[in-house]
Write a protein that binds this ligand. Structure first.
Ligand code: CP
Ligand code: NVA
Length: 306
């Protein structure tokens, strides 16, 4: 059987995505499960900071009865030039599953290529697939229908947005993104989404038009990790793309607001909206842990025979 990894949403089939979300919702509802991964070790290599992804993955493996080993990349010989392919093969002898947060998507793909254990993308410059699985879980948990309700993204066409595009394509729901000119998602990704999945992705530069009648509103920081040098330019370009109460008035009154966090208050979202009645961000953050439990189970069970 070919090794299964999770480097991007398109690594999965539609039924697998829906299955993972249902399993995560079930784990959350039941709050009881067999400790079936006693002795299994989850490794985490993070080249960028993290609160939610790191802690929710560590909690998830511990809930299954396993353990975690966290490594910042500077702790590894990787930082002194040891090749990825060597690191991947050695770590595969010590641990059972690996989460990697890094810059280049290619780094994750190379790790996956040389690993005999499942490799999970914990965020790259191009994608944040785990985030979007738990975001869709949150949308469903809040009673929204991904196939009927208008789902919008306001802001940067970044890693989280690009994973939303992959999810919309694979699952077959419509997605509208409002981004400033020059900050749209990658053209090649949009072309592949159209070609491979006949995806219905609308890109506009008008946040007011995008949000009209929306039931699910997503946003994220204007300056992602690694883009700090572009801060001035980005703050200027994104100034009309803030999710504030005035903009929110144009959405459906029952709309929910998502933000993967960390949030920069008064930049991409106001304190009023983030802390307001329509914000679901705390449940969204919690859901990462349930989704990660389901993902660990899925990858360990599809790669090994117990
Ligand atoms: N949403 C998210 O991935 O948060 P962290 O950067 O804290 O992991
Ligand atoms: N787009 C953000 C997401 C953080 C979880 C970043 O890459 O910094």
């Amino acid at each position: 059987m070919a090794r299964r990894h999770f480097t991007k949403i398109w690594d999965l089939k539609k039924e697998e995505v829906l299955g993972l979300i249902n399993r995560a919702l079930e784990l959350k509802r039941r709050k009881s499960w067999e400790r079936k991964f006693v002795g299994k070790i989850l490794g985490l290599i993070f080249e960028k900071p993290s609160t939610r992804t790191r802690v929710s993955f560590e909690s998830a493996i511990i809930k299954w009865g396993g353990n975690s080993i966290f490594l910042s990349s500077k702790d590894l010989q990787l930082s002194r030039g040891e090749p990825i392919k060597d690191t991947a093969r050695v770590l595969s002898r010590y641990i059972d599953i690996l989460v990697l947060r890094t810059y280049k998507q290619e780094t994750i793909e190379e790790f996956a290529k040389y690993s005999s254990i499942p490799v999970i993308n914990g965020l790259s410059d191009r994608f944040h697939p785990c985030q979007v699985l738990s975001d869709i879980m949150t949308v469903m948990e809040k009673g929204k229908d991904i196939y009927r309700d208008k789902i919008v993204w306001i802001g940067d066409g970044n890693n989280v947005a690009q994973s939303w595009i992959e999810a919309a394509s694979l699952l077959g729901f419509k997605l509208t993104l409002a981004c400033p000119e020059g900050f749209e998602p990658e053209k090649e990704l949009l072309e592949s989404a159209k070609k491979l999945y006949n995806a219905q992705i609308e890109i506009t530069h008008d946040p007011e038009k995008a949000i009209e009648g929306a039931k699910v509103i997503n946003t994220d920081v204007w300056i992602s990790m690694g883009q700090e040098k572009e801060t001035k330019k980005r703050i200027l370009a994104f100034k009309n793309f803030q999710v504030n109460s005035e903009l929110l008035k144009l959405a459906s009154p029952s709309a929910i607001v998502l933000h993967c966090l960390p949030a920069h208050r008064e930049e991409e979202i106001t304190e009023e909206v983030l802390e307001g009645a329509q914000s679901v961000v705390w449940d969204q953050a919690e859901n990462k842990m349930w989704l990660h439990m389901a993902l660990i189970e899925f990858l360990l069970e599809s790669n090994y025979i117990y």
